[in-house]
Design a protein around this ligand. Sequence first.
Ligand code: DX5
Ligand code: ZN
Length: 229
Amino acid sequence: MDIAILPSLLAADYGCLAEECRRVAAAGADALHVDIMDAHFVPNLSFGPDVTAMAHRTVPGLPLHVHLMMTHPHLLMDRFIDAGAASLLIHVEAACDLSRTLAQIRQSGVRTGLTLKPATPAAAVFPFLAEVDEVLVMTVEPGYGGQPFLPGMLAKLADIRREADRLGQGKLGLLVDGGINNGTAADCAAHGANGFIAGSALFRLADMRAGVSEMRAATTAAYGRMCQG
Ligand code: DX5
Ligand code: ZN
């Protein structure tokens, strides 16, 4: 049973991003989540390939989990692969050939993922489950950190986990992103999630290491109960 805790760089102190990357690595996180926004797919801008490359240079042992909130992810995906991404996630609502883009990512030796906005039904990713390592369910409207968790997304998690199990894909990573704290993370784990992306809840802590281990403990227990039940 693999639980993963991924702090989101979006909530870091931008005055010292390299130091913040080192703080995430020292906290025992499984990966660093890097949010890429294009001011078209979402109404905001964030980082690009150069900040991603900085993170890779700074903490080469920490996998970079790159979330492309972009209308045309295929136009820049090679730049993020070159920058050191370990996983690349594209949105199922993106304007690209999803299967082709996922295949190109996979051919580069990078893990693949599909992400859904809150209004997109679980069934939108069902045809692609065999083509991805993970599915990321947005639990807020993408674009900004610090928003409240949308509890209506719990049923979507359960639907995706059920379909993956039906297809024999018990190893599918099922992640959540937005409004994640120890309480909402445990609720998501009880509905089948095993990857937890948290921005404000982890970066605001003086002791991120304690925060990561508390979130890991809360979700491990809830996910274990879900697997048995
Ligand atoms: C939102 C981003 C999230 C964001 C979550 O569009 O995809 O990764 O950092 O922030 P919190 O945890 O503060 O809701
Ligand atoms: Zn994200």
